[in-house]
Design a protein around this ligand. Structure first.
Ligand code: ZN
Length: 374
């Protein structure tokens, strides 16, 4: 362990006053509030310990005679961490001009909080966008006092404890001599004024809870998780403070038939085996009206029929995605005697190759993506 005199940079015969001065000088350089370096923090600890020992006559005497400086008893509180210096930061803050003394009284007026509400949407609402009248439970500025917090015709009065400054200053004796500390005035809670006649409607808060209706135009193409920001539509702040923002979080409900892949809509079309073989046109009910789907003769299962521009309107940019109709060929499961004969006769004539292995077919979705790229 370094010598306490060396740590403080004083001679072995330094007076108590010299030791105190040396400590103050070093503490101002090394205090963690001023000097955040790990090195400074370590040095601050040793400087403080050295000062603790050398500023106490009995401990200094003991240290000079080879003791470790702790046996004297007076330094028993020092445990090598900053726990003992809890008040020190406050004193330093004031000492270096960073304290509350330069601040004026607190304002009651504050910005209101942001609010978040979830908007549940159906898939057909997001194709073209939709309009909603949303009910929002929120804080609004009190109409009785207009946010002044006072009964109409009255006004806040200057606090006579802090004389309107909102702070109380006190001189505190410390290692560094007398320093001024300031703290919020307990009488006015730092506001500098007192509301003697609070508004009855809002109990002096300047705002009340209310339900209001917010009209919202939800653009086409939004998706689950997207948040729309409505500046100034959140909670009113206390004492007439400005409103926070309102955020609308989109949640698109599951649809039994259609699912979404970006701006495209996906669905499955069940096609009887015979229609797949012979081909035909079919009318299907999409979310935005009927669509003609053309099945060519020899349509295969998992084939995708793309209907251009019948997907979701693009959130950014123009136009719409596509509707992708995935064909699912349905094989008959029950045949009567005659039907069976016909199919057997067909099979005998058609001479299809025997079932054979081919490359693994990826899932429908991956296949669809591949087709999209290709
Ligand atoms: Zn009011």
């Amino acid at each position: 362990m370094a010598d306490h005199y060396e740590v403080l940079g004083v001679a072995r015969d330094a007076s108590t006053d010299e030791i105190k001065k040396a400590y103050r000088r070093l503490a101002r350089q090394l205090h963690p509030d001023v000097n955040p370096g790990a090195d400074a923090s370590e040095r601050f600890k040793s400087v403080t310990h050295a000062y603790d020992v050398l500023s106490d006559v009995k401990q200094r005497d003991n240290y000079d005679r080879g003791g470790n400086g702790r046996s004297g008893g007076g330094a028993a509180g020092f445990d090598g961490n900053f726990g003992n210096f809890g008040n020190f930061g406050d004193i330093f803050e004031t000492f270096f001009g960073g304290g509350g003394s330069s601040r004026g009284p607190r304002s009651r007026r504050e910005r209101g909080q942001d609010a978040l509400i979830r908007v549940d949407l159906d898939l057909d609402e997001i194709i073209f966008g939709t309009h909603r009248e949303l009910e929002v439970d929120t804080a609004i500025t009190c109409a009785t006092c207009n946010g002044t917090c006072c009964q109409p015709g009255t006004a806040p009065v200057t606090c006579d404890i802090c004389h309107g400054t909102g702070t109380i200053q006190r001189a505190v004796r410390s290692l560094l001599g007398n320093v001024m500390t300031s703290s919020p005035c307990g009488s006015c809670r730092g506001y500098g004024t007192i509301i003697a006649t609070p508004c009855v409607t809002c109990q002096g808060q300047g705002r009340v809870r209310a339900r209001r209706t917010v009209p919202v135009d939800i653009p086409a193409g939004v998706d689950t998780g997207l948040r729309l920001q409505m500046p100034g539509s959140g909670e009113a702040g206390p004492a007439g403070g400005p409103n926070g923002d309102l955020y609308l979080e989109m949640k698109v409900r599951h649809h039994d038939v259609f699912s979404r892949d970006g701006d495209d809509l996906l669905c499955t079309l069940e096609v009887p085996m015979t229609d797949a073989i012979l081909g035909r046109s079919a009318t299907v009910k999409a979310l935005d009206g009927d669509i003609e789907v053309e099945l060519r003769p020899g349509t295969q299962s998992a084939e995708i029929i793309t209907v251009k521009d019948r997907g979701v309107s693009r959130l950014r940019g123009n136009g719409r995605g596509d509707l992708k109709v995935v064909v699912h060929v349905v094989t008959p499961t029950r045949l009567d005697h005659k039907e069976r004969e016909l199919i057997e006769a067909f099979a005998a004539r058609h001479k299809a190759p025997a079932p054979a292995l081919s490359a693994f077919q990826q899932g429908l979705f991956a296949k669809l993506r591949d087709r999209f790229r290709g």
